[in-house]
Design a protein around this ligand. Structure first.
Ligand SMILES: [Zn+2]
Length: 328
């Protein structure tokens, strides 16, 4: 398998869509880490293919971040589609984000698997001259392995979570969650192996009207309708069962903001369903950095030793092996 990977990578590279930005991947990402860093890999002996090659738990991973979604808003809004999905999910309504619970730093931790001191994203605006999150993120890992990666985001600053060279498809849609979803469906990245979707509206309404306000809850209900459309699209394409879906948030909120360090700011939902998942309410202490590690684990990608996050093994029916450190 290792021998054909470079060829596969070249082939995929040559076949990429017009959305691809054909610039070299920065040296601090991907390849060197892949070759130099032994990963704390779980064993796959019980699911090995007939040829003995480890089989990924999931062919595809979809991560949906609902910006500013407090776990208690799920039942208050309500979110009937997500609540139904939770019945077949491994989930925690007590996961934590990083202490600097602002959108860009927190998403950087979610998707790099690292606390802020390593990824370095300590700003929360779109500031292109600041560059990108440091280190190897989940997009770098997947892309270097020849997997199609895609981002559909509602805030432009999320471009700074990963280098353009690591996302085959990138769309910034400055609109409501349902419009983001329409764009996704109309431009569906058929061969995606890693898809990140970001809904911005819950956070926007929280800042204007307050967290858990009627206005915010109404757009959370709309986000749930968008989730229904995404699931229906996966079903229609026959890829739902091969996809690990993680639905989470970058932070919660209290009053009109979310950066004061209150539990309401830092507590987030973490809901995993689909490929490889054993449904249960999780007792693991989950931090947002575990999201990238869980995605890497499910795709059978080597987890960089620099990552603070660890896979949520419990979600796959395995014993809790190690908890990630809480990011200060
Ligand atoms: Zn946010």
């Amino acid at each position: 398998m290792k021998k054909i990977l470079p060829l596969l990578f070249l082939f995929l590279f040559a076949c990429q869509s017009t959305n691809v930005i054909l610039t070299p991947t920065p040296a601090f990402t991907t390849t060197s880490t892949l070759t130099q860093t032994p990963s704390p890999q779980p064993t796959f002996t019980n699911i090995a293919s007939p040829l003995g090659t480890p089989t990924p738990l999931a062919r595809r991973v979809l991560i949906l971040s609902i910006d500013g979604l407090r776990p208690d808003a799920i039942s208050l809004a309500p979110m009937p589609t997500l609540m139904k999905l939770m019945e077949s999910s491994a989930y925690s309504l007590n996961a934590k984000t990083i202490r600097l619970s602002a959108t860009l730093p927190a998403h950087a931790s979610m998707l790099t698997g690292m606390c802020l001191d390593k990824h370095g994203v300590d700003w929360n605006d779109y500031i292109p001259e600041n560059g990108f999150a440091l280190g190897t993120d989940i997009f770098d890992l997947a892309h270097a392995a020849g997997m199609q990666t895609a981002m559909f985001v509602g805030k432009e600053k999320l471009r700074q979570v990963t280098e353009p060279a690591s996302t085959d498809v990138y769309q910034f849609i400055n609109d409501r969650d349902l419009i983001v979803t329409e764009n996704l469906i109309q431009n569906f990245p058929t061969d995606f192996r890693l898809l990140f979707i970001h809904f911005a509206t819950t956070d926007d309404m929280g800042h204007v009207y307050g967290w858990l306000s009627g206005e915010q809850l109404s757009v959370i209900y709309r986000a749930d309708q968008a989730i229904e459309k995404i699931l229906a699209e996966l079903d229609a394409r026959g890829i739902r069962n091969e996809t690990l879906i993680i639905i989470t948030a970058d932070h919660g909120g209290l009053g009109n903001s979310h950066t004061s360090g209150y539990p309401e700011d830092m507590t987030i939902p973490w809901i995993a369903s689909g490929a490889g998942i054993q449904p249960k309410q999780l007792i693991s202490k989950i931090n947002t950095v575990d999201t990238a590690a869980t995605a890497a684990y499910a795709l059978n990608l080597p987890i960089p030793s620099e990552w603070d996050g660890v896979p949520v093994y419990e979600a796959f029916g395995l014993p809790i092996q190690q908890e990630s450190k809480a990011c200060e």
